[in-house]
Design a protein around this ligand. Structure first.
Ligand SMILES: Cc1cc2nc3c(=O)[nH]c(=O)nc-3n(C[C@H](O)[C@H](O)[C@H](O)COP(=O)(O)OP(=O)(O)OC[C@H]3O[C@@H](n4cnc5c(N)ncnc54)[C@H](O)[C@@H]3O)c2cc1C
Length: 560
């Protein structure tokens, strides 16, 4: 008797199979734009669900390798990436994953065009989205820097569709003194008599260590301490002979996830560099890069949720237990429904941010929209990252033991998703960013207005109730912020994460309700189900907590 072998989960064309993406694009995009980009989306969806996914499973055990020396004792610091990464780089360039928003063929919709492709590409390419995000961030920063020399030197490479001319960029900020408080950075910049700048210091987390260039922070000698005393520098990693330019790679990090990403610790010992925008305000000047990488993070977070659910859904149709397929077991179906609702709300949140960036870059954003963008970039990143970890964790459980077994390829989903809430700003650090913007007043009012605008479009009675929850939660959050001012800084700071999540999830609910109303009018009631389930799970509450009690709880135990 042959033993039973469980058929593994498989993926269909990831564009055709994705109701949420297709329905969103149908509502949001002008029909001629959708018609123009749909063939690319279909092609990427086909690769992501077919050959790329198969490649990813076959490539599972290949990880980047660092060779410090060659056979003859020369220091080479060569980093070899996995075969899938090499293919992903070519595909990314050819598909214009960086080029699209700079070519801006579809005006303000070009960011949606780009990010829809990125969303399909990302879960099948082992976090190759990491160097791409930084490349896009560098391209954006250089394009608006006013530095015409650097712009014309690097931008054609960063936005090239030719894999031979394509460059990626690193974003080297984090030092061992701190990734959040980068004002503590110790790297210094020295200028010689001929005006040439060289950098000296140790960078503690440098992903995409194989990039051709990087934007980095260093303190010009004599500058004051803190973030204002840092300057933003451009460097090329290799000299004219192809040797690393005074960069010593100590080792690659041994990480929980993102294992295909070569994240290095390195020392700069006289690396040539050029200031991008003056000799101070580095933290402020690198923020356009962070806004882009945070948006990539938001899109990647929803892409991972979608992938985890697509696999779990397929498995539910193939796994038999207690007399039926899991897809026919009410409780399993209910579990999948909650995951789908979470994903669907997160999806609309992430792509709303993408729309805003597109409008801003095309010069079409109103002042309120620009305020909103400043507030939402951290909020959407932190909200979707937390969702992604929770949904990917639940998805693993949907496979039972198989979800915990490495050669199914499933555990990598959770390990990779875990990074979304850490890099590009942790949840708390982004919450404090959002708090600073919200405290200004204008952006928070714009957000409440956006939520009310979504809700006013809603006619369906069941949806109106759900949408009302979004309005009430955002209003309660705004009330809390106004009242918290009187209770002191520590009270406000302690509530910042709840504030960020309450605002993020309120907007997500409002957006999914607006979409559901539109979908009902097209005869599709599935987004309605998502909106009702998302609302039914409740929204976070801000306030009501005493920071002193929280402090004694958090730092439990004898004090030294
Ligand atoms: C896989 C991976 C790749 C990375 N790649 C890069 C890269 O390419 N380039 C780069 O520059 N960096 C990179 N990083 C670094 C990453 O951006 C930082 O690790 C991250 O920003 C956090 O900084 P930190 O590790 O110094 O933690 P810390 O800043 O020490 O934070 C520790 C904890 O304190 C909390 N915290 C900090 N300040 C506050 C506050 N004021 N209030 C409340 N809580 C606070 C944080 O939320 C966190 O929970 C990478 C990290 C990882 C994991």
């Amino acid at each position: 008797m042959t033993p039973f072998n469980q058929p593994p989960p498989t993926l269909a064309n990831q564009y055709d199979d994705d109701r949420v993406l297709r329905s969103y694009l149908q509502r949001a995009l002008p029909p001629e734009v959708l018609a123009a980009i749909e063939p690319e989306l279909k092609e990427m969806g086909n690769m992501a669900g077919g050959p790329l996914y198969a490649f990813q499973l076959a490539d599972r055990l290949n990880e980047p390798r660092h060779a410090p020396w060659d056979a003859w004792g020369n220091r080479i610091d060569q980093i070899e990436v996995s075969p899938l990464w090499r293919a992903a780089e070519q595909l990314a360039a050819r598909s214009g994953l960086i080029a699209i928003p700079y070519e801006r063929l579809h005006g303000a919709w070009s960011r949606v065009h780009q990010m829809a492709l990125v969303y399909l590409f990302t879960p099948s390419t082992d976090v190759y989205s990491c160097p791409l995000a930084m490349t896009d961030g560098a391209a954006r920063t250089l394009s608006i820097s006013g530095n015409t020399g650097l712009r014309s030197r690097a931008l054609p490479h960063l936005t090239s569709r030719d894999p031979h001319g394509f460059w990626t960029s690193g974003q080297w900020m984090t030092e061992s003194t701190g990734g959040s408080d980068v004002g503590l950075s110790e790297t210094t910049a020295r200028q010689d008599d001929r005006g040439t700048w060289r950098l000296y210091g140790r960078k503690w987390f440098t992903s995409a260590a194989t990039s051709q260039m990087a934007l980095t922070l260093a303190r010009p000698e004599g500058n004051p301490a803190g973030g204002k005393g840092l300057a933003l520098f451009y460097l090329e990693t290799r000299d004219a002979q192809g040797r690393l330019d005074n960069i010593l790679v100590h080792r690659l990090k041994d990480k929980l996830g993102t294992r295909k990403v070569p994240t290095a610790e390195l020392t700069l010992s006289g690396t040539l560099a050029q200031p991008v925008m003056g000799l101070g305000d580095g933290v402020k000047n690198i923020s356009p890069m962070l806004n882009v990488t945070r948006t990539w993070n938001s899109v990647s977070s929803v892409a991972y949720m979608r992938r985890a659910i697509a696999l779990a859904r397929d498995f539910a149709r193939k796994r038999f237990a207690f007399g039926a397929m899991l897809a026919d077991k009410p409780l399993h179906v209910d579990t999948l429904a909650s995951m789908q609702a979470e994903f669907e709300a997160g999806f609309h949140l992430a792509f709303f941010l993408v729309e805003l960036i597109g409008r801003d870059e095309a010069g079409e954003a109103s002042e309120e929209e620009r305020d909103l963008l400043r507030l939402l970039t951290p909020i959407v990143k932190l909200t979707t990252a937390k969702q992604s970890v929770a949904v990917c964790s639940e998805a693993l459980e949907c496979f039972g033991g198989a979800g915990y077994v490495e050669d199914t390829g499933l555990p990598a989903l959770l390990r990779d998703a875990q990074v979304f809430s850490i890099w590009e700003g942790t949840t708390n650090v982004l919450s404090l960013d959002a708090l600073r913007v919200a405290s200004g007043g204008g952006a928070l009012a714009a957000l409440q207005q956006q939520i009310s605008g979504c809700v006013s479009a809603v006619q369906e009675p069941a949806l109106r109730e759900a949408a009302g929850l979004a309005v009430r939660t955002a209003a309660a959050a705004a009330d809390w912020l106004r009242a918290a001012g009187a209770r002191g800084q520590s009270h406000i700071e302690a509530g910042a994460r709840r504030l960020g999540l309450a605002l993020g999830r309120s907007l997500a609910l409002a957006l999914v309700c607006r979409h559901a109303q539109w979908a009902i009018e097209q005869g599709d009631r599935q987004p309605l189900a998502a909106a009702l389930r998302f609302a039914g799970e409740g929204l976070p509450r801000v306030g009501g907590d005493d920071p002193d009690l929280a402090a004694s709880l958090a730092m439990d135990g004898p004090r030294s």
